[in-house]
Design a protein around this ligand. Sequence first.
Ligand code: CAA
Length: 240
Amino acid sequence: MSRTAIVTGGSRGIGAAISVALKEAGYRVAANYAGNDEAAQTFRDQTGIPVYKWSVADYDACVDGIRKVEDELGSVGILVNNAGITRDTPFHKMTREQWTEVINTNLNGVFNMTHPLWNGMRERKFGRVITISSINGQKGQFGQVNYSASKAGDLGFTKSLAQEGARAGITVNAICPGYIATDMVMAVPEKVREAIVAQIPVGRLGEAAEIARCVVFLASDEAGFITGSTLTANGGQYLA
Ligand code: CAA
């Protein structure tokens, strides 16, 4: 019987590519999304992957959403914490709201999704928790104090939880994408983006499918010895 995977933020950008790649690899996939109904319906119609709406920033909503997915698709073995937002601005202009929104989605959201699934994975002696962090959690980025802090937090979460899951057959890993051609990166002012691409040795933005392939690998049974690791995929921009 194939395994069930939840991909948060799974109907757009990197998340959509991950949902599709996992489906193609034989998993039953639930794509979570928080806001963009139109994009989610289009994604569902084009891929046949069911979409589920809740905010990962809301713990109770995660509990309810996970229960619905498990009722419909079976126990979740693979969690891909992909949902993430930016509120880029220099620190001297950053509001508490911009700080809190980013931490609540990118860091607390990882707790909110992983925590309700953890005991089930422990009982079944199998789990894959794969969190999409970022190059900017590794190196920092002007204008992203909130985002970089959240993404660095995701790496600490991963390294600690990996140690707790190891004996229970659960691997916990992070992927740090560099700049990938998604709406999020396209929202960066063009001049800034051009300057960023100039810093990428391969000379281009990454493709969402290139991150999705990393997820499929880490989700597989063959990756059972890999835990607590950070898989860097950034075109050589930052050598962690
Ligand atoms: N390093 C040093 N100084 C910088 C700088 C940098 N990288 N970027 C801007 N500055 C300077 C400017 O030159 C300017 O200086 P002066 O006042 O002396 O001219 C000052 O900072 C203020 O610049 P702005 O007026 O442009 O400030 P702003 O309020 O408009 O905000 C910004 C600028 C929002 C931070 C903008 O630079 C930006 O969007 N930067 C991109 C941040 C980024 O890389 N985000 C990644 C998004 S994609 C993502 O997050 C996915 C992922 O995981 C990779």
